[in-house]
Design a binder for this molecule. Sequence first.
Ligand code: ARG
Length: 474
Amino acid sequence: MTGANKPADGDRDLPANSLRGGRFAGGPADIMRRINASIDFDKRLYAEDIAGSKAHCAMLVAQSILSPEDGAAITAGLDQIRSEIENGSFSFSAEREDIHMNIEARLAELIGPAAGRLHTARSRNDQVATDLRLWVRGAIERLDGAMRELQRALIDRAEAEAATVMPGYTHLQIAQPVTFGHHLMAYVEMIGRDRSRLSDCRRRLNQSPLGAVALAGTSFPIDRHATAAALGFDGPAANSLDAVSDRDFAIEFLAAAALAGMHLSRFAEEIVLWCSDGFGLIALSDAFTTGSSIMPQKRNPDAAELVRAKTGRLNGSLIALLTVMKGLPLAYGKDMQEDKIPVFEAADALELCLAATTGMVRDMRPDRERLRAAADRGFSTATDLADWLVRIAGLPFRRAHHATGMLVKRAEARGRTLAELPLAELQAVEPAISAAVYDVLNPDRSVTSRLSFGGTAPESVRVAIAEARRRFLE
Ligand code: ARG
């Protein structure tokens, strides 16, 4: 048994919930207490805090820094605290500042002075850094699952609509026909990159700060490798100063969340447009729309609008934490306590947005006729005509482009589509045109001809869908 395990005089007199110890005579001002307390938000770290404490405690026992009896009492006490928190009987107190002190104080109530030995060779600085890494790691796992579900919904939908012709847009002007399935698969790729950014972040964050202690390490013979392994980290963080003061992992997480939110917002914007009276390309059911308090005819795509709006929070969270961190000298500063709010807020917002978007994808009913009719507008096959003039009539592309432009002008003046212009009229502009051209003026044929890798032909889309199932869902 080492010295740390011998009962010390005065052990029993220590106020279990006080951080101010022997140094302070007076209590904090009320406003000091309020600005200092983080328990209202950091209580969400309770499970990670308890896991970290249990790993630390087991290591202290294994290293003979703590007696097995005290270790057992601490572990049992921590388990009980966990169930108290989970069954709602734990009373959190702002007096006890944060989650770490709330748990430690309750441990002292439960097991007495031995509770005070848990903090040997540990500081709240390495403790909170460990807790937050564990929390972000868990959030990444949840979000990855939610992103996967969104990909699954998109892929299922894309499969059903692999041959549904719609206009593709650039500048929000009708450009060329594509298929609805192809359009949805574009988002599957974006979400795939979002998932890989989160997994990069997870890989880099998976180092344990525990045992860095306040900033300099410790003279106790701790085993940081053991606590790292017990908590599922790849190993201990190499530098104690960096370990307690690094929040890169949280910033990377927020950056990845903001980027994912931007994708969801673009999609939400498309849903809003597609549902609008001007487009009328899809409908959402009552499950994903709301009514107006005054206009009885309205069905508003509020869920999509809110997904679009939540990017504000996601971007704001990233900027908030970047700003908190930018001027901090090493090592820990209380500023860092403000890291949790943006992290929790962004994780919550993104989780909600992902679930709402998945819901809308499953709910939406594309109007195949209106999608197809829209593809007839806007001279969407003009590029097909120009390509035909190059491929079949052997014209240089620039001349083909010019001739096509003139034909579009004529068609527009007559209120017709390109396919509705008589052959003589086509030939009046470009004598090389033959009746075979009508084949490519039809949007369905235009789409089926785009067989290049990654292109919109239903055949190519089905190949992409099979590949995406393998890449993202297996
Ligand atoms: N509640 C604090 C935080 O979230 C815990 C660390 C406190 N450390 C300190 N040296 N005051 O950052």
